[in-house]
Write a protein that binds this ligand. Structure first.
Ligand code: IMP
Ligand code: MG
Length: 183
């Protein structure tokens, strides 16, 4: 375990099993179609790359980058930093997100992508933190439900650190209080 962590919440083996299961479900639901998976950067990167390996359909991959968070606190204001490359009009779109926390980011994504008239629009998230929800979000696929704790690893960061950890863990209090930065 990384020295800055207090505990591991979801192990590598648990992540693999959970993602495999969701991949099978998505493959079944979208059989015969060509879904566009829209990853929300940067947190989606590890999840998305493992998830698509379990979806043996013809798929398109695209990405958006939004911003709302700095440190452990959401600013509540969401804006598009990087937009989709392709049109999604008439397409089956599946948003791939690392975590749904307040729900503000996914609420923004849904409203934004709906205006582009996709055929269908659903959300797949690695983690669901329902205890922090400020706005209701319809989540179609969720791999793990977690308690109200700030987690890092497997794509999720604290000040851009820890995204490369192959598991999900909880940071030690002193790391957050010390506002650790990678120089
Ligand atoms: P929301 O808009 O509050 O639902 O937050 C969504 C975004 O905040 C996620 O896509 C993450 O990038 C970030 N986030 C929320 N909770 C955590 C966490 O526990 N650790 C790391 N990032 C988080
Ligand atoms: Mg994210």
């Amino acid at each position: 375990m990384h020295k800055d962590l207090r505990e591991i919440l979801i192990s590598t083996a648990e992540l693999e099993a959970g993602i495999k299961k969701i991949g099978a479900q998505i493959s079944k639901d979208y059989a015969g179609r060509c879904p566009t998976l829209v990853g929300v950067l940067k947190g989606c990167v590890l999840f998305m790359s493992d998830l698509v390996k379990h979806i043996p359909l013809e798929t398109r991959l695209d990405f958006m980058m939004l911003s709302s968070y700095s440190g452990t606190q959401s600013t509540g204001v969401v804006r598009t930093v990087l937009d989709l490359k392709e049109s999604i009009e008439g397409r089956d779109v599946l948003i791939v997100e690392d975590i749904v926390d307040s729900g503000l980011t996914m609420n923004y994504m849904l409203r934004n992508l709906k205006t582009r008239r996709p055929k269908s629009l659903e959300i797949c998230t690695l983690l669901d933190k329902p205890g922090c929800r400020k706005v209701k979000v319809p989540i179609k696929y969720s791999c793990f439900t977690i308690p109200d704790k700030f987690v890092v690893g497997y794509g999720l960061d604290y000040n851009e650190i820890y995204r490369n950890l192959p598991y999900i863990g909880v940071l030690k209090k002193e790391i957050v209080e010390g506002n650790k930065i990678c120089r």
